[in-house]
Write a protein that binds this ligand. Structure first.
Ligand code: SF4
Length: 317
């Protein structure tokens, strides 16, 4: 038997095929016969218009698989390619090893993930004899370009984002001077001059609040709006869907920033549950509901989305 293509999980649950119903956005319906009173019950599981892999993660996964095919010897992924356990396991089965550090390894092939890397560290890798496959998302590369320009023009760099996020870490290795990170507006006061970029997947609302505060507290401020459209598109689609269904299920890694944002955005509209896999779904959640919406973060593979849709369709009464 051949290898499953990207997007198909070899351990996938395979229920009977579900019918599509025209007139809705990517719906998956299930018709139950023999339900109480002999009445036919129709339930819908509807996927948000934008869900799953963003272009940056899709490209990184494709480059990783290609690198494995084309190179002899170990091929390492420098850090988790995306914050999704199922994806990491899939890549590991393909012979791609995720590592947290390369310094104690014999030079071979290594892939920089979509979150990017400090330019100085990429240079170290090359100088140490590594073959580097750079899968930095073009959106993140643009943020580095802005940071470089701000540094050259004499603006001390500030990154609005989460200090532990791998994308943000790429700005904190001294390539653009000593950068500072702001994750909330509290404590910002009396700054002389600042050049600002924003973590691509950071919350737009929080970023706006921090920028507002920086504007009031900094004598000279230059800021680039570097939020990624892919996250915003997924939030918009999830919110639209949440207004049409009884409940939302958000599929994605617990550590995935954009998945968390989807969940937060949907809260307050309908009940919303964030899951990593179908094992997290509880039957109680679905009782008495007719229409269930599914959204997925930018790091969630298609096979997990399809498993979720089919699993819920099987569970709904
Ligand atoms: S979320 Fe945006 S910036 Fe991040 S990898 Fe995807 S496309 Fe690139």
């Amino acid at each position: 038997m051949g290898e499953p293509p990207l997007g198909e999980n070899r351990h996938a649950h395979r229920p009977r095929p579900l019918s599509r119903r025209p007139g809705r956005d990517r719906p998956f319906d299930r018709t139950l016969s023999g339900s109480p009173g002999g009445i036919e019950v129709m339930n819908e599981v509807i996927l948000a218009k934008k869900a799953g892999f963003c272009p940056g993660v899709k490209r990184a996964v494709e480059l990783a698989l290609k690198a494995r095919e084309e190179n002899e010897g170990p091929v390492y992924l420098y850090g988790e390619l995306a914050h999704n356990r199922s994806l990491i396991e899939h890549l590991s089965e393909k012979g791609l090893t995720t590592v947290d550090d390369w310094r104690n390894l014999a030079p071979s092939t290594i892939l920089i993930r979509s979150h990017g890397l400090a330019p100085s560290e990429k240079k170290q890798l090359l100088e140490s004899g590594w073959k580097v496959i750079d899968a930095t998302c073009p959106c993140v590369s643009r943020i580095h370009d802005h940071a470089k320009r701000l540094h050259e023009e004499g603006f001390p760099l500030a990154v609005i984002g989460e200090v532990d996020h791998p994308e943000v870490q790429g700005f904190l290795k001294g390539d653009y001077g000593e950068a500072r990170v702001f994750a909330d507006p509290d404590g910002i006061s009396g700054l002389p001059k600042l050049g600002v970029v924003v973590q691509s997947t950071f919350s737009p609302e929080k970023a706006g609040a921090i920028i507002g505060r920086l504007f009031l507290e900094t004598r000279e401020l230059r800021a680039f709006q570097t939020l990624c459209g892919a996250t915003a598109e997924r939030i918009k689609a999830a919110l639209q869907l949440a207004s049409e269904v009884d409940m939302m299920v958000v599929v994605g890694g617990a550590k995935s920033s954009n998945t968390r944002q989807l969940t937060e955005a949907c809260r307050g509209t309908v009940p919303v549950y964030q899951i990593e896999s179908v094992e997290d779904i509880q039957e109680d959640w679905l009782k008495g509901l007719k229409r269930i919406g599914v959204a997925a973060g930018a790091s969630t593979p298609e096979w997990l989305i399809q498993q979720t849709i089919q699993f819920i369709a099987k569970m709904t009464p």
